[in-house]
Write a protein that binds this ligand. Structure first.
Ligand code: PEP
Length: 252
């Protein structure tokens, strides 16, 4: 069954003291340990994963990593493996974030390898993709998104999709304060679900969680998330503030 999710991408923010403070505020607001259809995820830096995992134990808050290498282990200075993440109690990883694509030259071909490694390690993947401003201005946004998904995900077998969460993040809306309109978000999410349906069938497509990311705030979350094909959000800046993050979660 399709689940709703709000995932906070902390990026390179929050040292250990700041992480503890933010987590303690979130735990006050969302203490229930029971599984809910609405998932709450936080994504600290690698160095803070282990403490954050221990702080949210027995709560409904889940922890994800921001990136991962595709190799099992080896001479990859500065990188982190699936085994290391699993060992730290982390079973979800964000892959393909636009900042990884832009600043670290991650391509869909590389991301396909990372996705495969994550799935082989029984991890869930929050897969990010989305068009640049120029793509949208030139009317190429649907083609760009289709290409990204085909190259990185459409070789997967159907069964693997139970561990895939899609995050449509138009690059022009990330960290810019400019949000896609609810109509733009719904139009693209419906298109994405159709693509998945064409490749894997309507049942599977209907079960896939598709998040929207790009300047979501407490004040605009409700109108974005009320669209039938928008199942929650991947949140950057607003996830660093407990009250804003809470408002966004409540909007799902
Ligand atoms: C993001 O980095 O995934 C993101 C959506 O950032 P922001 O919410 O700050 O636009």
């Amino acid at each position: 069954m399709r689940k709703q999710m709000v995932a906070g991408n902390w990026k390179m923010n929050n040292n250990v003291v700041e992480s503890e403070l933010l987590i303690s505020k979130l735990l006050e607001k969302f203490p229930e340990s029971i599984n809910s259809n609405k998932r709450i995820v936080v994504t600290p830096s690698f160095v803070n994963l282990i403490p954050v995992v221990s702080w949210v134990k027995n709560s409904r808050i889940e922890v994800a990593a921001q990136n991962m290498h595709f190799a099992k282990n080896g001479a990859f200075t500065g990188e982190i493996s699936a085994d290391m993440l699993k060992n730290a109690g982390v079973n979800i990883v964000i892959l393909g974030h636009s900042e990884r694509r832009t600043y670290f030259n991650e391509t869909d071909e590389l991301l396909a390898k990372k996705v495969m490694t994550a799935l082989e390690n029984n991890m869930e993947v929050i897969f990010c993709f989305g068009e640049l401003l120029d793509d949208r201005k030139s009317g190429n946004h649907f083609k760009v998104v289709e290409n990204q998904l085909s190259k990185a995900l459409f070789e997967l077998e159907a069964l693997a999709w139970k561990n895939i969460i899609l995050a449509y993040e138009p690059v022009w809306a990330i960290g810019t304060g400019e949000t896609a309109s609810p109509e733009q978000a719904q139009e693209m999410h419906a298109f994405i679900r159709q693509l998945v349906a064409k490749k894997y069938g309507a049942d599977l497509a209907n079960d896939v969680t598709i998040l929207y990311g790009g300047s979501v705030k407490g004040s605009n979350a409700q109108e974005l998330f009320s669209n039938p094909d928008v199942d929650g959000g991947l949140i950057g800046g607003a996830a660093l503030n407990a009250a804003e993050f809470e408002a966004i979660i409540k909007a799902v």
